[in-house]
Design a protein around this ligand. Structure first.
Ligand code: NDP
Ligand code: BG6
Length: 507
């Protein structure tokens, strides 16, 4: 162990550990996979933002852990080179960055070596300085090594009295069986209370706001049922392809990458019954209940697509299979549209439509709630034959340019009686001057504070996989070929037929 310590760390370990002040505690956050894309792009910037905002405790240490050889200084260079976060332009940012980096260290080791994790443990102890030690491990690594790391970290980590928590990144398996295996594997070394399964969509401001919208406004909750809602749509699109992540993506596809987690989580929060309280277990109980009331998906309620190359404005945009890390005959979907149903009293018969795709014409994530027609509408003549144009629609724009707006019918000012559709619009950038924190900031802070409300419990995960696994198996067994759509388009036409089958028009 000593070989791994710097001279000052070694001296500290040999002498008596500095005794922490009465009741003082420390938090160490170890980013496992610190050399990777997610660590650079999201985790380190989020940790810095938390530090900047004064949300990290007085005594904290950040460790990067990966196989790549790096010195502490090299890690600091890597972090400071990627701190393109929402606050990097603020005054005193440089000063704060310097202070933050002084708390950042690196340890190189294998993911399956208890000895390497013991060396990390020794280093952590030096920095913990005898205080009550709390440790958070963030597994930002490929899922096939999650269990190795859980084993090594739990067997080699001996913090003084405090808690140990482990954040696990998706994907949590590929289907019900592999997900259950992963859960069993992790639970050999960690309790459910220690496992924080992250779905970063739950940390997005407007997703967190869903419960506030529903349960603290009288005007929405009474309408939140089959009686008034015709259909609900969960839409995700990106205007770029899988560039750089083709190797990962081809093994998963859009249904596992986006629908089974991000969109389904939004759906659960949207459709669950009111929880007994805001306690994590009460909320997660309701999410499990609604997920378990959902029908499993089958081929007749899905359309899959894959983007192909397209030339626009003299620029050639690559097709999915042009990526060298993707097999040229891949049938992995980069687009899917699905119709889901919740068989309970509140939602019986209401189609919940999902659409998710890469390399489409725009980037957006939205929830669209289309309401029923007004019975006996006195003004129906003002809308001609297309009564669908007269129904209310509530749009929750999760990103970009966050907004919540309600489409209503309104009289056009003047002497005549003409109506139009206008928006009651809560546009975040106009209403709130504060910038919106990144989802990873919220979730990291919650993990440090032991708040599990926005993390996925294992029974929730089981219920989510039960909805998608039969479909994923059918797609693989029958080798269903995706409908090709041009890069930058609106996706396959099949999605419109699917919506039409349920009398729905995509928003
Ligand atoms: P990377 O592929 O960049 O891997 C992270 C680190 O893990 C690498 O720097 C590498 O470190 C190590 N590693 C990579 N492949 C292997 C391997 N086969 N065996 C052992 N170690 C390996 O992943 P990301 O940073 O992109 O993602 C981390 C996790 O987060 C993954 O589970 C991913 O699915 C998930 N995720 C990623 C997102 C993203 O935008 N990147 C978004 C959402 C989830 P070294 O070689 O130094 O040990
Ligand atoms: C990740 C997916 O979970 O979410 C990516 O693996 C996707 O494929 C990303 O691009 C989208 O996240 P965001 O926050 O940029 O919408």
């Amino acid at each position: 162990i000593k070989d791994a310590l710097s001279p000052s760390e070694e001296a500290a370990l040999e002498g008596p550990l500095p005794s922490g002040g009465e009741g003082e505690s420390t938090v160490s956050i170890t980013v496992v996979g610190a050399s990777g894309d997610l660590a650079k792009k999201k985790i380190f910037p989020a940790l810095f933002a938390l530090f900047y905002e004064g949300c990290l405790p007085k005594h904290f240490t950040i460790f990067g852990y990966a196989r790549s050889k790096m010195t502490d200084q090299e890690l600091r260079n890597l972090i400071s080179g990627t701190l393109t976060c929402r606050i990097d332009q603020r005054e005193s940012c440089d000063d704060k960055i310097d202070k933050f980096l002084k708390n950042c260290f690196y340890h190189s080791g294998q993911y399956n070596s208890e000895a390497d994790f013991k060396q990390l443990d020794a280093k952590l102890k030096v920095h913990e300085g005898g205080r009550l030690a709390n440790r958070l491990f963030y597994l930002s690594i490929p899922p096939n090594i999650f269990i190795d790391v859980a084993r090594c970290a739990s067997r080699s980590s001996s913090p003084a009295k405090g808690w140990t928590r482990v954040i696990v990144e998706k994907p949590f398996g590929r289907d019900s069986e592999s997900s259950a295996e992963l859960t069993t594997g992790l639970k050999q070394f960690l309790s459910e209370e220690q496992i924080y399964r992250i779905d970063h969509y739950l940390g997005k401001e407007l997703v967190e706001n869903l419960s506030v919208l529903r349960f603290s406004n009288l005007v929405f909750e009474p309408l939140w049922s089959r009686q008034y809602i015709r259909n609900v749509q969960f839409l995700f699109s990106e205007d770029f392809g899988t560039e750089g992540r083709g190797g990962y993506f081809d093994n998963y596809g859009i249904i596992r990458d986006i629908m089974q987690n991000h969109l389904l989580q939004m759906l659960a929060l949207f459709a669950m019954e009111p929880p007994v309280s805001l306690d994590a277990e009460d909320i997660r109980n309701e999410k499990v209940k609604v997920l378990r009331s959902m029908r499993a998906l089958h081929l007749e309620d899905i359309v899959v697509g894959q983007y192909k190359s397209h030339v626009r404005g003299g620029v050639k945009y690559p097709g999915y299979t042009d990526d060298k890390t993707v097999p040229s005959n891949s049938i992995t979907p980069t687009f899917a549209a699905a119709a889901l149903f919740i068989d309970n009293a509140r939602w019986d018969g209401v189609p919940f439509l999902m659409k998710a795709g890469k390399a489409l014409h725009n980037r957006r994530t939205e929830i669209r709630v289309q309401f029923r027609h007004v019975p006996g509408n006195l003004y129906k003549r003002s809308f001609g034959t297309d009564l669908d144009q007269a129904t209310n629609e509530l749009v929750i724009r999760v990103q970009p340019d966050e907004a919540i707006y309600l489409k209503i019918n309104n009289k056009i000012p003047g002497l005549g009686m003409r109506l139009d559709r206008s928006n009651l619009n809560l546009h975040y950038a106009d209403r709130y001057s504060r910038e919106i924190p990144d989802a990873y900031e919220r979730l990291l802070l919650d993990a440090v504070e032991g708040e599990r409300r926005l993390f996925i419990r294992s029974d929730e995960l089981d219920a989510a996989w039960a909805i998608f696994t039969p479909l994923l198996k059918e797609l693989e067994l029958r080798k269903v070929a995706p409908e090709l759509y041009p890069y930058g388009s609106r996706g396959p036409v099949g999605a419109h037929y699917l919506a039409a089958k349920y009398n729905v028009r995509w928003g």
